[in-house]
Design a binder for this molecule. Sequence first.
Ligand code: CO
Ligand code: ZN
Length: 321
Amino acid sequence: MELLKKLSLLYAPSGREHSIAEFIKNEIKDFADSVYTDNLGNLIAHKKGTGKKIMFASHMDEIGIVVTYIDEKGYLRFADVGGLYTKYLSGRRVVFENGTQGVIFSEPKNDKNSLLKMYVDIGAKNREDAEKSVNVGDMAVFCGNFAEQNGVIIGKALDNRAGCFALIEAIKSVKSENDLYFVFTVQEEVGLRGARTSAYTINPDIAIAVDVTDTGDTPKCDSNAVNFGGGACIKVMDYSVICDRDVKKSLEEVAKAKGIPYQFEVMTDGGTDAGVIHFARGGVKTGGISIPTRYIHSPSEMIDKSDLDAVIRLITAFAQE
Ligand code: CO
Ligand code: ZN
């Protein structure tokens, strides 16, 4: 899991994916016919073939914050980049691209948990001092702290570095007649933006978005059938997409044939790159493969290694169909 650890710890809030794209490119360049970046920053690996044109998409970006104002005492006010839950924020540490760390806290009388009442403290003496390391418009992400125990992984940005890891592993091992595009997309967390242009350019016959999904097996949470450790999720729908029934069916058939543990996923909150890919051009038959994940968009997301393994096997098997 050394590779997943490196991916998790990289700094890549939406729109600032350049270093992770470079990292992934180095990791996969010997396993694809071409690897290139498009105008928006999506990293695209092509493994040529004469069969179906299949596009797999995993987003590289993570949620973060952006500095909106620095006050005279040197405290930073901020807005969200992607879907932050304010309840997870107080006392959390964030890190900027240059390594500057800050503590998020809220004004003492703030009981509404509004971002407007929160600030980041980098220990600066005043505005001038703060501006030596951080400026308005700079972005920060949660500080990483990666752990592996009891068959699970805990870390920041497993949404969606776990998906990126799965695509990387699939690129390394897959041998197929199909024409395969593996896309590491940008700016998913702010509105599925990178997937939109890459799907238009690639114009695939079939597309699969690979991302994380919520589980329903934590205390007093029983309206979701997804089980942690229950296998790869075959997406039925989320708020952004109703998956193509043929794609869903063939994912299920492939999983059955190869003995890959799987379960169906209906995510009532949140979307994925599938949401814009299926709208590309005249429409694309689109499905999703998801990794059951607890505490999504917190600094301590958790995945089960056996689920991740099942997801890698399902991607690889589907690419060979
Ligand atoms: Co997300
Ligand atoms: Zn995601």
